[in-house]
Design a protein around this ligand. Structure first.
Ligand SMILES: NC(=O)c1ccc[n+]([C@@H]2O[C@H](COP(=O)([O-])OP(=O)(O)OC[C@H]3O[C@@H](n4cnc5c(N)ncnc54)[C@H](O)[C@@H]3O)[C@@H](O)[C@H]2O)c1
Length: 356
């Protein structure tokens, strides 16, 4: 039995604690340290350690200097990722950085370039592809059951952004904007399903209802709460995103459909339902089932996806095999979010090459 992999958490707010609960439940790994400038967040990490020893630091650079870890999980606010990554990458240790990899295309490009020669696993936390029903229909599409893939449609109808430590998520300058911060997940799924890179983006959206009555140092939040985005891919696949963040009155928060030449697959989150049908059988041949994964020991806020992602991350570290969610995935999802924002800001179709 090899020694447990030792993890350090950088940022122990909502997502950092989800990572910690996942890691607590996984054999052969342990969270040995945490860094967060907010005392309440550090105290929450100590509580979540449930009696296990955990070294705490108010500055992540002290955590790096202590050199206690084999891997770092970065869950600090989006706007900190670029600087934190620059320091953590000097360690040469395995890294999982939360989405979005960075808030701007320039910073994402910088990190991508560094990651390409990084001597250890560099993983971006785009875990929606690990949601069991989503993974199921991705596999159905990749296995050829739907024929040549032509269209991907994603709808996210959910609650508004939650309250964060220091309210950092109320301003686009901190998050990269809603379509980068939140929707990088969906752009990543589109690219993964299309098996192609985007060429152009058209989007329409605004801040219709949410957070308009809030004030932070006299400023009103500027984050979009609804949008439609259309993406064309190099190989002719087209994809759409329908986002509403004032749609609590929904059974499912995410609905995905993939349509190919011969069939269609759909997944619904959180119900876990999937449907797969073939054109030649019309609606009589649509098979419906609920997909779960018995390996999930911690559901977290993401229906077990971040738990499953950690199983693969740990395997990649142990075997020193490439990340399965890469800096390139992180980069493209930021590019697509930025293109969608530019399209909204300027009311026009944006060619992806304008941003590269
Ligand atoms: N993958 C997902 O589905 C998912 C879901 C939620 C959040 N996230 C991402 O996780 C990250 C954290 O989000 P959250 O919801 O946990 O926010 P949060 O506000 O709940 O927690 C962020 C924590 O980071 C700490 N922090 C701030 N600056 C820091 C620094 N320089 N070093 C270390 N810690 C620092 C804050 O004090 C806070 O405790 C963001 O990048 C967010 O986009 C991802």
């Amino acid at each position: 039995m090899s020694a447990p992999l030792r993890y350090g958490l950088i940022g122990t707010g909502m997502m950092g604690l989800e990572h910690q609960r996942n890691l607590n439940a996984i054999e052969g790994v342990e969270v040995v340290a945490a860094a967060d400038p907010e005392p309440a967040s550090l105290a929450a990490a100590v509580a979540t350690a449930e009696g296990r020893a955990i070294a705490t630091f108010s500055d992540y650079r002290e955590l790096l200097a202590a050199d206690l870890c084999d891997a770092y999980v970065i869950s600090s606010p989006n706007f900190t990722h670029r600087a934190v990554l620059d320091d953590v990458m000097a360690s040469g240790k395995a890294i999982m950085v939360e989405k979005p990899m960075c808030t701007t295309v320039k910073d994402a490009r910088h990190i991508l370039e560094r990651a390409q020669t990084y001597p250890n696993v560099f993983w971006v936390g785009l875990e929606y592809r690990y949601m069991p029903p989503v993974q199921h229909i991705i596999n159905v599409a990749a296995g050829g059951e739907l024929g040549e893939i032509a269209m991907v449609a994603i709808r996210e109808h959910r609650h508004p952004f939650l309250v964060k430590v220091g309210d950092w998520n109320r301003f686009s300058e901190n998050t990269g904007g809603t379509l980068t911060e939140k929707c990088c997940h969906f752009f990543d799924l589109m690219r993964l399903i299309a098996q192609s890179n985007p060429v152009r983006v058209m989007a329409s959206g605004d801040q219709r209802f949410n957070h308009l009555d809030e004030r932070y140092d006299g400023r009103t939040p500027d984050i979009l709460d609804n949008a439609f985005v259309i993406v064309d891919f190099e190989n002719g696949v087209r994809a759409s995103l329908d986002l509403s963040m004032f749609a609590e009155g929904s059974v499912n928060n995410e609905e995905l459909s993939i349509v190919g030449r011969t069939g269609k697959a759909e997944a619904f989150i959180p119900s876990g339902q999937v449907r797969v049908g073939q054109r030649k059988k019309w609606n009589r041949g649509v098979a419906e089932e609920t997909i779960t994964d018995d390996r999930v020991l911690v559901e977290g806020f993401h229906h077990g996806a971040s738990f499953l992602e950690h199983l693969d991350f740990a395997e990649a570290i142990r075997n020193q095999t490439p990340a399965l969610v890469t800096a390139e995935d992180g980069y493209w999802s930021v590019v697509m979010g930025a293109a969608a924002h530019l399209s909204i800001d300027e009311g026009r179709v944006v060619a992806i090459r304008e941003l590269l």
